[in-house]
Write a protein that binds this ligand. Structure first.
Ligand code: NDP
Length: 246
């Protein structure tokens, strides 16, 4: 049990990659807390986590709202007694070519993906600094490293997460808190399910390993970064993409 007696908070944890990360951590002994916007899938995933014999607190939190984030973190600390790990996973896409992208499309993606990551990181950092130990992992994307047509907003948000990760890693390094990012390629979730079949086919052909990744591929990378094995790794961006971005 690599995470026995630890508490992990996963944003956007009700489904997709976040859910898989929470399940992987619970299997390694962690109690978990989930922030998400939709109460039904949140309660369903919390039940699955409890079925593994761990405590789980699901809190309805919109990560773009600083007050909700701060109150949510306080609730997690109150109910679970500690907080060792934050996974900034909540994220959305609102794709469109630059010249047709409206302000609302830009603002919403930047608000959830980047500002949400900042707000949650700030909220837990205060606690982790006092504790002199913590692990923060944010889910970026290879799109933040190499760009993608039709995703100017998403690419900017994910590149922003990478800059944020490195700055905060430098701020917190001397206090026992590591801060890293994962840059997944294309992973089979509802986010990519929305792509047309032809686009998925073309993508799979472009990936050296020949297939889209599974949420568990990202979950295992996250597990490594929060484990004792990664104690000397901070400010790193771990690419999990079947070779797509090399
Ligand atoms: P999903 O859309 O499957 O899940 C995202 C979760 O985040 C949902 O439960 C969603 O809630 C929740 N969420 C959305 N907005 C908010 C908010 N404001 N506050 C709290 N929770 C919110 O996405 P994935 O699992 O595919 O992606 C997870 C992360 O991984 C994202 O950051 C994404 O950008 C990143 N990523 C994904 C890749 C992929 O190929 N799938 C590739 C690279 C990176 P609801 O369902 O109610 O909207």
């Amino acid at each position: 049990m690599q995470l026995a007696n630890q508490v992990a908070l996963v944003t956007g944890g009700a489904r997709g990659i976040g859910r898989e990360i929470a399940l992987a951590f619970a299997r390694e002994g962690a109690d978990t807390a989930l922030f998400d916007v939709n109460p039904e899938p949140l309660a369903q995933t919390a039940k699955e986590l409890e079925a593994l014999g761990r405590r789980c607190v699901g809190v309805v939190v919109d990560v773009t709202d600083g007050k909700q984030v701060d109150e949510g973190v306080a609730k997690v600390l109150d109910k679970l007694g500690r907080l060792d790990i934050l996974i900034n996973n909540a994220g959305i896409t609102k794709d469109g070519l630059l010249i047709r992208m409206d302000d609302a499309q830009w603002d919403r993606v930047l608000d959830i993906n980047l500002k949400g990551t900042f707000l949650c990181t700030r909220a837990v950092a205060k606690h982790m600094l006092k504790q002199r130990r913590g692990r923060i992992v944010s889910i970026a994307s290879i799109v933040g490293l190499i760009g993608n047509p039709g995703q100017a907003n998403y690419a900017a948000s994910k590149a922003g997460i990478i800059g944020l990760t490195k700055a905060v890693a430098k701020e917190l390094a001397s206090r026992g808190v590591t801060v890293n990012a994962i840059a997944p390629g294309f992973i089979k979730t509802e986010m990519t399910e929305a792509l047309p079949e032809q686009a998925k086919q073309r993508l799979a052909e472009a990936i050296p390993m020949g297939t889209l990744g599974e949420p568990k591929d990202v979950a295992q990378a996250a597990l490594f970064l929060v484990s004792e094995a990664a104690r000397y790794i901070t400010g790193h961006v771990l690419v999990v993409d079947g070779g797509l971005a090399m």
